[in-house]
Design a binder for this molecule. Structure first.
Ligand code: DO4
Ligand code: MG
Length: 277
Protein backbone atom coordinates (compact mmCIF):
# COMPACT_ATOMS: atom_id res chain seq x y z
CA UNK A 1 0.00 0.00 0.00
CA UNK A 2 1.10 3.55 -0.70
CA UNK A 3 0.59 6.81 1.18
CA UNK A 4 0.62 10.23 -0.46
CA UNK A 5 0.88 13.45 1.52
CA UNK A 6 -1.93 15.71 0.45
CA UNK A 7 -2.57 19.30 1.54
CA UNK A 8 -5.70 18.27 3.50
CA UNK A 9 -4.70 14.80 4.64
CA UNK A 10 -3.39 11.45 3.49
CA UNK A 11 -4.31 9.50 0.36
CA UNK A 12 -3.99 5.73 0.65
CA UNK A 13 -3.56 3.73 -2.54
CA UNK A 14 -4.38 0.04 -2.43
CA UNK A 15 -4.08 -1.37 -5.95
CA UNK A 16 -6.49 0.66 -8.08
CA UNK A 17 -8.45 1.99 -5.09
CA UNK A 18 -7.79 5.29 -3.32
CA UNK A 19 -8.95 6.42 0.13
CA UNK A 20 -8.79 9.88 1.65
CA UNK A 21 -8.06 10.33 5.37
CA UNK A 22 -8.28 13.80 6.90
CA UNK A 23 -5.34 13.66 9.23
CA UNK A 24 -2.13 15.36 10.18
CA UNK A 25 0.75 13.69 8.30
CA UNK A 26 3.09 13.47 11.30
CA UNK A 27 0.49 11.86 13.58
CA UNK A 28 -0.58 9.49 10.84
CA UNK A 29 2.80 8.10 9.79
CA UNK A 30 4.54 7.98 13.17
CA UNK A 31 2.80 4.75 14.08
CA UNK A 32 4.47 1.38 14.80
CA UNK A 33 1.31 -0.31 13.49
CA UNK A 34 1.08 1.77 10.33
CA UNK A 35 0.48 -1.18 8.00
CA UNK A 36 -2.35 -2.59 10.17
CA UNK A 37 -3.91 0.84 10.60
CA UNK A 38 -3.88 1.50 6.86
CA UNK A 39 -5.23 -1.98 6.10
CA UNK A 40 -8.10 -1.40 8.52
CA UNK A 41 -8.96 1.96 6.91
CA UNK A 42 -9.10 0.42 3.45
CA UNK A 43 -11.52 -2.22 4.76
CA UNK A 44 -13.86 0.28 6.42
CA UNK A 45 -13.77 3.49 4.35
CA UNK A 46 -15.32 4.11 0.95
CA UNK A 47 -12.83 4.66 -1.85
CA UNK A 48 -12.78 8.05 -3.59
CA UNK A 49 -13.12 8.02 -7.37
CA UNK A 50 -10.78 10.92 -8.14
CA UNK A 51 -7.76 9.61 -6.20
CA UNK A 52 -5.30 9.91 -9.07
CA UNK A 53 -6.43 13.46 -9.79
CA UNK A 54 -6.05 14.53 -6.13
CA UNK A 55 -2.58 12.97 -6.01
CA UNK A 56 -1.37 14.70 -9.15
CA UNK A 57 -2.82 18.10 -8.12
CA UNK A 58 -2.26 18.41 -4.39
CA UNK A 59 0.49 16.03 -3.26
CA UNK A 60 3.85 17.04 -1.91
CA UNK A 61 7.04 15.40 -0.65
CA UNK A 62 6.11 12.79 1.99
CA UNK A 63 7.72 14.65 4.87
CA UNK A 64 6.40 16.82 7.67
CA UNK A 65 8.32 17.38 10.89
CA UNK A 66 10.62 14.38 10.31
CA UNK A 67 14.34 15.16 9.93
CA UNK A 68 15.96 13.64 6.85
CA UNK A 69 19.30 11.94 7.57
CA UNK A 70 21.54 10.04 5.16
CA UNK A 71 24.03 7.18 5.27
CA UNK A 72 27.21 7.16 3.22
CA UNK A 73 29.60 4.59 1.76
CA UNK A 74 27.20 1.70 2.33
CA UNK A 75 27.78 0.26 -1.16
CA UNK A 76 31.17 -0.69 -2.64
CA UNK A 77 30.56 1.61 -5.64
CA UNK A 78 30.12 4.59 -3.36
CA UNK A 79 33.37 3.85 -1.54
CA UNK A 80 35.13 3.59 -4.91
CA UNK A 81 33.62 6.86 -6.21
CA UNK A 82 34.61 8.82 -3.08
CA UNK A 83 38.11 7.41 -3.21
CA UNK A 84 38.48 8.57 -6.83
CA UNK A 85 37.26 12.08 -6.07
CA UNK A 86 39.35 12.53 -2.90
CA UNK A 87 42.65 11.06 -4.09
CA UNK A 88 44.24 14.43 -4.86
CA UNK A 89 43.29 15.75 -1.43
CA UNK A 90 44.87 12.66 0.18
CA UNK A 91 41.68 11.67 1.99
CA UNK A 92 40.83 8.42 0.15
CA UNK A 93 41.68 6.29 3.21
CA UNK A 94 38.81 7.76 5.22
CA UNK A 95 36.35 6.11 2.87
CA UNK A 96 38.07 2.73 3.07
CA UNK A 97 37.98 2.95 6.86
CA UNK A 98 34.35 3.94 7.13
CA UNK A 99 33.33 1.17 4.71
CA UNK A 100 34.95 -1.39 7.01
CA UNK A 101 34.27 0.19 10.41
CA UNK A 102 31.52 -0.89 12.79
CA UNK A 103 30.15 2.67 12.89
CA UNK A 104 28.57 3.76 9.59
CA UNK A 105 28.76 7.23 8.12
CA UNK A 106 25.48 9.01 8.95
CA UNK A 107 24.91 12.70 8.40
CA UNK A 108 22.08 15.19 8.73
CA UNK A 109 20.75 15.98 5.27
CA UNK A 110 17.79 18.34 5.59
CA UNK A 111 14.54 19.38 7.21
CA UNK A 112 11.38 19.68 5.10
CA UNK A 113 12.14 23.24 3.96
CA UNK A 114 15.08 22.06 1.80
CA UNK A 115 13.35 18.95 0.44
CA UNK A 116 11.35 18.79 -2.79
CA UNK A 117 8.82 16.24 -3.98
CA UNK A 118 8.06 14.40 -7.22
CA UNK A 119 8.16 16.67 -10.32
CA UNK A 120 9.64 19.59 -8.34
CA UNK A 121 13.07 21.01 -9.17
CA UNK A 122 16.27 20.06 -7.37
CA UNK A 123 19.32 22.33 -7.44
CA UNK A 124 23.05 22.14 -7.95
CA UNK A 125 25.15 24.65 -6.00
CA UNK A 126 26.48 27.66 -7.89
CA UNK A 127 29.92 27.20 -6.27
CA UNK A 128 30.17 23.54 -7.33
CA UNK A 129 31.65 22.25 -10.59
CA UNK A 130 30.95 18.53 -10.32
CA UNK A 131 27.50 17.29 -9.31
CA UNK A 132 25.57 14.06 -9.25
CA UNK A 133 22.23 12.71 -8.08
CA UNK A 134 22.39 9.82 -5.61
CA UNK A 135 19.42 7.46 -5.91
CA UNK A 136 18.75 5.99 -2.48
CA UNK A 137 16.19 3.78 -0.85
CA UNK A 138 14.87 5.88 2.03
CA UNK A 139 13.41 4.48 5.24
CA UNK A 140 10.50 5.90 7.23
CA UNK A 141 11.28 5.12 10.87
CA UNK A 142 8.95 5.79 13.81
CA UNK A 143 9.89 7.43 17.12
CA UNK A 144 10.32 3.91 18.51
CA UNK A 145 12.91 3.08 15.84
CA UNK A 146 10.61 0.83 13.82
CA UNK A 147 10.95 0.87 10.04
CA UNK A 148 7.36 1.16 8.80
CA UNK A 149 7.76 2.39 5.23
CA UNK A 150 10.00 3.16 2.28
CA UNK A 151 10.32 5.96 -0.21
CA UNK A 152 12.66 7.01 -3.02
CA UNK A 153 15.34 9.57 -2.23
CA UNK A 154 17.74 11.65 -4.28
CA UNK A 155 20.73 12.81 -2.20
CA UNK A 156 22.01 15.57 -4.51
CA UNK A 157 25.75 15.88 -3.98
CA UNK A 158 28.65 18.10 -4.96
CA UNK A 159 31.64 15.89 -5.75
CA UNK A 160 33.97 18.88 -6.25
CA UNK A 161 33.30 20.24 -2.75
CA UNK A 162 33.44 16.92 -0.88
CA UNK A 163 36.43 15.82 -3.01
CA UNK A 164 38.38 18.93 -2.04
CA UNK A 165 38.11 18.12 1.65
CA UNK A 166 35.83 15.63 3.46
CA UNK A 167 35.26 18.26 6.16
CA UNK A 168 33.25 20.14 3.55
CA UNK A 169 30.66 17.33 3.54
CA UNK A 170 27.82 19.42 5.04
CA UNK A 171 28.28 22.01 2.28
CA UNK A 172 28.50 19.32 -0.42
CA UNK A 173 25.28 17.77 0.82
CA UNK A 174 23.02 20.41 2.36
CA UNK A 175 21.72 23.48 0.58
CA UNK A 176 18.37 24.67 -0.78
CA UNK A 177 16.54 21.93 -2.75
CA UNK A 178 19.36 19.45 -2.09
CA UNK A 179 17.06 16.47 -1.65
CA UNK A 180 14.07 15.00 -3.37
CA UNK A 181 11.85 12.31 -1.88
CA UNK A 182 8.65 10.66 -3.02
CA UNK A 183 6.33 10.23 -4.67
CA UNK A 184 4.80 8.18 -1.82
CA UNK A 185 5.58 6.06 1.22
CA UNK A 186 5.33 2.35 0.46
CA UNK A 187 3.97 0.65 3.58
CA UNK A 188 4.55 -3.03 4.17
CA UNK A 189 5.01 -5.35 7.13
CA UNK A 190 7.48 -7.49 5.18
CA UNK A 191 11.13 -6.72 4.49
CA UNK A 192 11.79 -5.54 0.93
CA UNK A 193 12.93 -8.43 -1.32
CA UNK A 194 16.75 -8.52 -1.65
CA UNK A 195 16.43 -8.38 -5.44
CA UNK A 196 14.65 -4.98 -5.26
CA UNK A 197 16.24 -2.81 -7.95
CA UNK A 198 17.11 0.87 -7.79
CA UNK A 199 17.28 2.27 -11.28
CA UNK A 200 18.65 5.70 -12.27
CA UNK A 201 18.20 7.41 -15.64
CA UNK A 202 19.40 10.91 -16.46
CA UNK A 203 18.01 12.62 -19.56
CA UNK A 204 19.43 15.65 -21.32
CA UNK A 205 17.35 17.14 -24.13
CA UNK A 206 15.16 14.03 -24.04
CA UNK A 207 18.09 11.63 -24.54
CA UNK A 208 19.20 9.22 -21.84
CA UNK A 209 22.80 10.21 -21.09
CA UNK A 210 23.32 8.01 -18.05
CA UNK A 211 21.64 4.84 -16.84
CA UNK A 212 22.49 2.29 -14.20
CA UNK A 213 20.85 -0.15 -11.81
CA UNK A 214 21.75 -1.68 -8.45
CA UNK A 215 20.00 -4.24 -6.27
CA UNK A 216 19.55 -3.43 -2.58
CA UNK A 217 21.23 -6.78 -1.80
CA UNK A 218 24.53 -5.01 -2.66
CA UNK A 219 24.34 -2.87 0.49
CA UNK A 220 26.97 -3.70 3.11
CA UNK A 221 24.82 -3.05 6.19
CA UNK A 222 21.29 -3.93 7.28
CA UNK A 223 18.59 -1.26 7.47
CA UNK A 224 18.00 -2.07 11.16
CA UNK A 225 21.70 -1.53 11.86
CA UNK A 226 21.62 1.89 10.16
CA UNK A 227 18.45 2.87 12.06
CA UNK A 228 19.99 1.72 15.36
CA UNK A 229 23.05 3.95 14.86
CA UNK A 230 20.85 6.92 13.96
CA UNK A 231 18.77 6.45 17.12
CA UNK A 232 21.70 5.84 19.50
CA UNK A 233 21.77 9.35 20.88
CA UNK A 234 18.99 11.12 19.01
CA UNK A 235 15.28 11.12 19.71
CA UNK A 236 12.80 11.76 16.92
CA UNK A 237 9.41 12.82 18.30
CA UNK A 238 7.81 12.66 14.83
CA UNK A 239 9.87 9.77 13.46
CA UNK A 240 12.58 10.23 10.85
CA UNK A 241 13.58 9.56 7.25
CA UNK A 242 16.89 7.88 6.52
CA UNK A 243 18.53 7.67 3.08
CA UNK A 244 20.47 4.41 2.98
CA UNK A 245 23.30 5.42 0.62
CA UNK A 246 23.93 5.19 -3.09
CA UNK A 247 25.08 2.15 -5.02
CA UNK A 248 25.22 4.10 -8.28
CA UNK A 249 27.92 6.67 -9.07
CA UNK A 250 28.40 7.91 -12.66
CA UNK A 251 31.92 7.91 -14.07
CA UNK A 252 34.21 10.81 -13.15
CA UNK A 253 33.59 12.54 -16.50
CA UNK A 254 29.90 13.03 -15.72
CA UNK A 255 28.40 16.12 -14.13
CA UNK A 256 24.77 17.26 -13.95
CA UNK A 257 23.60 20.38 -15.76
CA UNK A 258 20.64 22.66 -15.41
CA UNK A 259 17.72 21.20 -17.37
CA UNK A 260 18.71 17.55 -16.83
CA UNK A 261 15.89 15.23 -15.80
CA UNK A 262 16.65 12.72 -13.06
CA UNK A 263 14.43 9.64 -12.91
CA UNK A 264 14.76 7.15 -10.08
CA UNK A 265 12.70 3.99 -10.02
CA UNK A 266 12.57 1.52 -7.13
CA UNK A 267 10.59 -1.72 -7.40
CA UNK A 268 7.29 -1.66 -5.49
CA UNK A 269 7.63 2.02 -4.58
CA UNK A 270 7.40 3.84 -7.91
CA UNK A 271 9.24 6.54 -9.81
CA UNK A 272 10.60 9.89 -8.63
CA UNK A 273 11.29 12.49 -11.32
CA UNK A 274 13.01 15.83 -10.81
CA UNK A 275 14.50 18.36 -13.17
CA UNK A 276 17.64 20.27 -12.25
CA UNK A 277 16.81 23.98 -11.83
O1 DO4 B 1 30.87 10.17 2.13
C1 DO4 B 1 30.08 10.89 1.66
C2 DO4 B 1 28.68 10.66 1.39
C3 DO4 B 1 28.39 9.37 0.76
C4 DO4 B 1 26.99 9.22 0.35
O2 DO4 B 1 26.17 10.11 0.41
C5 DO4 B 1 26.55 7.91 -0.18
O3 DO4 B 1 27.32 6.95 -0.19
O4 DO4 B 1 25.40 7.83 -0.59
MG1 MG C 1 24.26 9.64 -0.61
Amino acid sequence: MKLYKNKDGVIIQNGDSYYFVRSNWDDFVNDDNLFDKVTEITKQANPVNNGLEIISKDSSAPVGLQELWACGVTYFRSKQGRQEESQKAGSADFYQHVYEAERPEIFFKAAANRIVGHKEKVRIRKDSTWDVPEPELTLLITSNQKIVGYTIGNDMSSRSIEGENPLYLPQAKTYDKCAAIGPCIYVTNDPLPAETQIDLKIRRENKVIFEDTVAISQIKRSFDELAAFLYRECTFPYGSLLMTGTGIVPSSAFTLQSGDEIQIMIDNIGTLINEVE
